[in-house]
Design a binder for this molecule. Structure first.
Ligand code: NAP
Length: 310
């Protein structure tokens, strides 16, 4: 018998996802009825975006899992009506997008590209950047995205340190964890990349004290979540020159309000939450695989843990 899969996202997403999901279900051998509307008590799986109108899960009495279309789950994981497993999105397409965005912005700062791109005079002033192996990059968060970005930076020769909640051993990466590990990870970070989730433990993680621990002239790149950074502390450190530049993709309020100082600050680059988008084709494969697993009685992949908040 077909499983009933409810697509609960913003209406404009349906056109993007309907065909890729149906194709992926067929390839995975999942017999599914996919629709944007069906009686809640008949739904088996919910493909979900946290900005969907669906916010109360109680009527979905038969549903086996919520399959999130986003990597970040902070807007759903604390939902008190959610009593079934929640899988976050781990999508190879999204991961590649993040790796490319991070690598591009690391290379910009590493090579000092701005000096040439923004040159307004005719001064012939050669500047030789260090080689990648002379550049220390720290990535906070070694999950699906942080780890992939770290691996690519290592493959380019960078001296990469990563920090996570639990201990890890990853080839070519100096892996640190815990409070002591964080201090060490910050003290050496010439370029700092934030790829942590937004949780109670990570909010304002990059506060004035920790920004002060970064080497003078460090670069901060944040494609994680806006709430990871104490914005006032960052602006002070930028004004004072302790931080050379911040490249920010995510913000506490999105879209970033027009009057926010980040827009006009000469040492800030704003990108409009475009670091990595879920890609319909590859994400549909991930969703189909989780439904296949659910129907085969196997454990779901990439389950979020409400007790950790991610
Ligand atoms: P993930 O696989 O869940 O990885 C999260 C990483 O953060 C893990 O290494 C985890 O440690 C670490 N972590 C979590 N809480 C921590 C804490 N309190 N202290 C130290 N480390 C902690 O997530 P992901 O798929 O890599 O995604 C990361 C984030 O990127 C998402 O949550 C989302 O906010 C953001 N994102 C942004 C965009 C964009 O376009 N800008 C797109 C997608 C995702 P353990 O390994 O020990 O669990």
């Amino acid at each position: 018998m077909a499983v009933n899969v409810l697509f609960a996202a913003r209406p404009d997403r349906w056109e993007t996802y309907a065909a890729p999901l149906r194709d992926a279900f067929a390839r995975a051998g999942v017999d599914a009825h996919l629709a944007t509307d069906m009686p809640p008590a008949e739904v088996d799986y919910i493909v979900y975006a946290p900005n969907s109108p669906l916010q109360v899960f109680t009527p979905y009495t038969r549903a086996k899992a919520v399959l999130n279309l986003w990597a970040g789950v902070e807007d759903i994981i604390g939902n008190p009506t959610l009593a079934i497993p929640l899988a976050r999105m781990v999508d190879p397409g999204l991961t590649r997008g993040m790796v490319e965005w991070v690598t591009g912005h690391v290379m910009r700062h590493h090579l000092g590209m701005d000096a040439d791109i923004t040159r307004s005079d005719t001064e012939w002033e050669p500047h030789t950047p260090p080689l990648a192996y002379e550049r220390k990059v720290t990535i906070l968060g070694l999950g699906a995205l942080g780890r992939a970005a770290a691996e690519t930076l290592v493959s380019l020769g960078f001296d990469v340190t990563g920090w996570s909640r639990t201990e890890k051993t990853l080839p070519g990466i100096t892996c640190l964890s815990g409070e002591g590990g964080l201090d060490k990870a910050l003290e050496t970070a010439e370029i700092l990349v934030l790829l942590l989730p937004n949780t109670a433990d990570t909010e304002n993680l990059l506060n004035a004290k920790r920004i002060g621990m970064l080497p003078r002239g460090a670069f901060i790149i944040n494609p994680g979540r806006g709430a990871l950074i104490d914005d006032e502390a960052l602006l002070s450190a930028l004004d004072e020159g302790h931080i050379a530049h911040a490249t920010l993709d995510v913000f506490r309020t999105e879209p970033l309000p027009a009057e926010h100082r980040y827009w006009s600050h000469p040492r800030v680059t704003v990108t409009p939450h475009i670091a990595a988008e879920t890609r319909a084709n590859t994400a549909s494969e991930a969703i189909a695989e989780n439904i296949r697993r659910g129907e085969a009685g196997e454990t779901f992949l990439h389950l979020a843990d409400p007790s950790r908040g991610y």
